[in-house]
Design a protein around this ligand. Structure first.
Ligand SMILES: Nc1ncnc2c1ncn2[C@@H]1O[C@H](COP(=O)(O)OP(=O)(O)O)[C@@H](O)[C@H]1O
Ligand SMILES: [Mg+2]
Length: 239
């Protein structure tokens, strides 16, 4: 079984085809990147895979469950960290996590243990009881990542996880992502428009544009194929 398999997955908005007959297979345990410019269709793809919007045609399985006919099963197996922050800034970090865990029906003792685990993973333990309104941008992003992991999802979607963060904060977030891929045995699908982010983090990268995958390979092969197109000029002696 694949962690994710899509079949001609398509989303149209009026005249615009945002995602165009996408066929991808993502293995369990992969850290898979979707790299592309704004408007390429990355968020739309993640929204379909996480059952937030319906495909126009085609379909997909996430953790073996169909995104249209088995929505509840899909949802209980995934975690999501979307571009738009959705934390409650009037609650503490810990309370945000607890609220999320309650919605997933985790029993009290398990919630407590898990909150301390995920806070530790993103190094927010000291700030557990701080109101989120007082968190920096990087801390909020880390808390969102921690929240995405609260209910032990098999598949985690990260939509542009470091967008708008400064360089140092981005590097720290990268390290957390690597660490959780290793420690939580979760399959991660992340989108980005930073080449170096996909390169640093991902086992395989799909380059997306106009709703289509224009290349899919590991980072080394992608770079080699770009390399072969580089024209080198050599000047004649003495000129
Ligand atoms: N709800 C919507 N209604 C109309 N057009 C949309 C909607 N959501 C996305 N689009 C369009 O679909 C295309 C892909 O968008 P999106 O998936 O957000 O791209 P990305 O995440 O790669 O930047 C864009 O042209 C965007 O304007
Ligand atoms: Mg997007």
């Amino acid at each position: 079984m694949y962690a994710i398999k899509t079949h001609e997955l398509t989303k149209k908005f009026k005249g615009l085809t945002a995602v165009d007959k996408l066929n991808i297979e993502i293995e369990k345990g992969e850290l898979f990147g979707m790299l592309g410019p704004n408007g390429a269709g990355k968020t739309t793809t993640l929204k379909m895979l996480s059952t937030l919007i319906k495909p126009t045609s085609g379909t997909a399985e996430v953790w073996g469950y169909n995104i249209q006919t088995q929505k509840d099963e899909v949802r209980s197996n995934i975690g999501m960290v979307f571009q738009d922050p959705s934390l409650d800034i009037r609650l503490t970090g810990e309370e945000n996590l607890d609220f999320h865990a309650r919605m997933y029906g985790l029993p009290k003792q398990k919630r407590k243990e898990r909150i301390s685990e995920v806070l530790d993973l993103v190094e927010l333990t000291e700030h557990a009881k701080t109101l989120v309104i007082n968190y920096s941008g990087g801390m909020k992003r880390r808390l969102e990542i921690a929240r995405g992991l609260m209910h032990f999802p098999h598949v985690l979607f990260l939509d542009e996880p470091t967008l708008g963060l400064d360089v140092q904060t981005r590097r720290r977030i990268w390290d957390y992502i690597k660490r959780m891929a290793r420690e939580e045995e979760v399959t991660i699908i992340l989108t980005t428009h930073y080449l170096e982010e996909a390169d640093y983090l991902c086992s395989r990268i799909a380059i997306m544009d106009f709703g289509r995958i224009v290349a899919l390979d590991n980072s080394k092969n992608l770079k080699d194929s770009v390399g072969s197109d580089v024209i080198s000029l050599q000047l004649d002696d003495g000129r």
